[in-house]
Design a protein around this ligand. Structure first.
Ligand SMILES: CC(C)(COP(=O)(O)OP(=O)(O)OC[C@H]1O[C@@H](n2cnc3c(N)ncnc32)[C@H](O)[C@@H]1OP(=O)(O)O)[C@@H](O)C(=O)NCCC(=O)NCCS
Length: 148
């Protein structure tokens, strides 16, 4: 069973490891195993980088747990979902679906009626299946939105 809660500072090392592993192992369609792209993408996922994220009062960071182990990390700010990564060993077990539902609820509860995110190519199918639509592509990824 997946349970979702707000992240705490004690989760920083686990979140840093998960984010780095998820990007490295799952997002190959996006970074193509190019060492420079991979380094640029993961450099702010260090414990220091994740610590800065946790210090940002505008950002709400969530973790999804399975059997008390962190299986995914997500974050939202303003009208946008800005982070949504699953641990490779928990892929395709419904963890991101559950986390995405919580992230969407958090936007709704903040009064947002049109959610935004930038998807990887890796996750595009997942978001399309979750009711998000494609707006266009830029250097940072695929811009998407959903009426919440
Ligand atoms: C694609 C990804 C986000 C899905 O998360 P997950 O926790 O593995 O997926 P879930 O089990 O919650 O949801 C499965 C859904 O993903 C979709 N999906 C299935 N296979 C897929 C594939 N090969 N690629 C993309 N999406 C797929 C389907 O809609 C599936 O729903 P279904 O089981 O009802 O058919 C995740 O596997 C992933 O690769 N994350 C990498 C990090 C990333 O790119 N994050 C997004 C940053 S914006």
């Amino acid at each position: 069973m997946v349970s979702i809660r707000k992240a705490s500072t004690t989760d920083i090392p686990a979140m840093s490891r998960l984010l780095t592993a998820s990007i490295t192992s799952l997002c190959t369609e996006d970074h193509g195993n190019d060492p420079d792209r991979l380094r640029r993408w993961t450099q702010n996922k260090s414990e220091e980088g994740v610590g800065k994220m946790m210090d940002n009062p505008a950002l709400t960071v969530w973790v999804a747990e399975v059997s008390s182990e962190i299986a995914a990390v997500g974050a939202a700010t303003g009208d946008s979902i800005v982070l949504n990564y699953v641990a490779p060993e928990y892929r395709f077990q419904g963890v991101s679906k559950a986390l995405l539902a919580t992230l969407e609820d958090s936007l709704r509860n903040a009064g947002i009626s049109l959610g935004k995110l930038v998807s990887t190519r890796t996750a595009l199918r997942f978001y399309l299946a979750s009711g998000w639509s494609e707006l266009g592509s830029g250097a940072g990824g695929i811009q998407m939105q959903k009426v919440l």
